[in-house]
Design a protein around this ligand. Structure first.
Ligand code: AHM
Ligand code: MG
Length: 335
């Protein structure tokens, strides 16, 4: 069977399904091409001089890895000139990056985490790139884009996806009608479709959480995890497995392929009870993918996709994956 490339898939969506705007098609192609270049840089490792940290910190006060900055630059440069974007925002930049005046302005806004799980880079474990696409309301009205234009609920995303740089380099994408997977064929340099209409397998007993944060959990999360750790000796009467990679992209990809639930719950010892992960370029795109794959995503009380954002880098509690598991925990939060 001849497999479809990402380009063929996108052209089909544009021509036959009529569901994909040309600018959005170009945007996805350019992001995918950037992910290819990022994958290439990562795979060179020490030989390419790309490992290690810089002296700088990002807006979240986290030490930047060299690759955080390299990947951020690659995404900015590749996306500036095509005429498909009005502005970009990233985990690595304090404020938004407007497309320079010398280039045409497009209708879309792009948000990304250039390297997610960057603590894994230097030890050769999986990392990834996460992205989210919104419409630029200001462009439609002929105005300049400002940061507030980005503060849209996740349900307004028109596309979302991630690349995972693991044993294989894989791109997972949704345009709002199913989730599709493409594997990078390095010999021909193309993204080739390897899975389509992905659905999270139901009822798989596997959870992902950083157990070392237990002191920061709410009683509901404690109960949820205690029940699963008790296994056959507890109320659930079945054993559960745990996996934690330290890269959300890798954990989410595993959940899409073989089920389970991911948790980075709110830290109840912090004022405002915030989580670690960021809503706009981590929570929202992953929530859209999860829901498109038949899963669910919640902060414990509310669907991630309906949270009204108040800041570009706002943090959020995140519980996502198998809808039955998400419901089991959110109902515990309610009680
Ligand atoms: P990053 O975007 O700065 O790499 O941080 C996000 C990562 C997620 O990929 C992962 O789930 C989490 O941080 C791991 O956190 P921890 O160090 O608590 O295990
Ligand atoms: Mg991240």
């Amino acid at each position: 069977m001849k497999r479809k490339t990402l380009t063929q898939f996108l052209i089909e969506q544009q021509r036959e399904a009529g569901t994909l705007q040309p600018q959005l098609r170009l945007l996805i192609e350019v992001v995918a091409r950037s992910c290819k270049a990022i994958s290439h840089s990562i795979s060179k490792g020490a030989l390419g001089g790309v490992l290690g940290s810089l002296d700088s910190e990002n807006v979240q006060g986290e030490v930047q890895k060299k690759l955080d900055v390299i990947a951020n630059e690659m995404l900015l440069e590749a996306n500036e000139w095509g005429g498909h974007l009005a502005a970009m925002a990233s985990e690595e930049m304090e404020t938004i990056h407007l497309v320079p005046n010398r280039y045409p302005q497009g209708e879309y806004l792009l948000l990304f985490d250039p390297i997610d799980g960057s603590s894994n880079i230097d030890v050769d474990l999986s990392v990834g790139t996460i992205f989210s696409v919104l419409r630029a309301p200001a462009r439609v009205e002929g105005k300049d884009v400002v940061e507030d234009d980005f503060l849209q609920k996740g349900e307004f995303q028109v596309a979302a996806g991630y690349a995972v740089y693991g044993p294989q380099t894989i791109l997972v994408l949704t345009l709002g009608a199913g989730v599709h997977e493409f594997t990078l064929d390095r010999e021909i340099g193309s993204w080739v479709m390897t899975d389509t209409d992905m659905k999270i397998p139901a009822g798989k007993r596997e959870f992902a959480i950083n157990m070392s944060n237990a002191r920061q959990w709410s009683p509901a999360v404690h109960r949820f995890i205690d029940d699963r750790v008790a296994g056959t000796q507890g109320v659930l009467g079945a054993d559960y497995n745990m996996r934690w990679t330290g890269s959300m992209v890798a954990d989410v990809h595993r959940i899409l392929k073989r089920g389970g639930v991911f948790l980075y719950p709110r830290d109840v010892t912090k004022p405002g009870k915030v989580g670690k992960l960021r809503l706009m370029y981590e929570g929202n795109p992953m929530a859209m993918l999860m829901e498109q794959a038949g899963g669910a995503a919640s902060d414990g009380e509310e669907r991630i996709m309906t949270i009204s954002p108040t800041a570009l880098h706002q943090r959020v509690g995140l519980i996502m994956g198998d809808p039955a598991e998400v419901e089991a925990l959110t109902s515990a939060y309610r009680n």
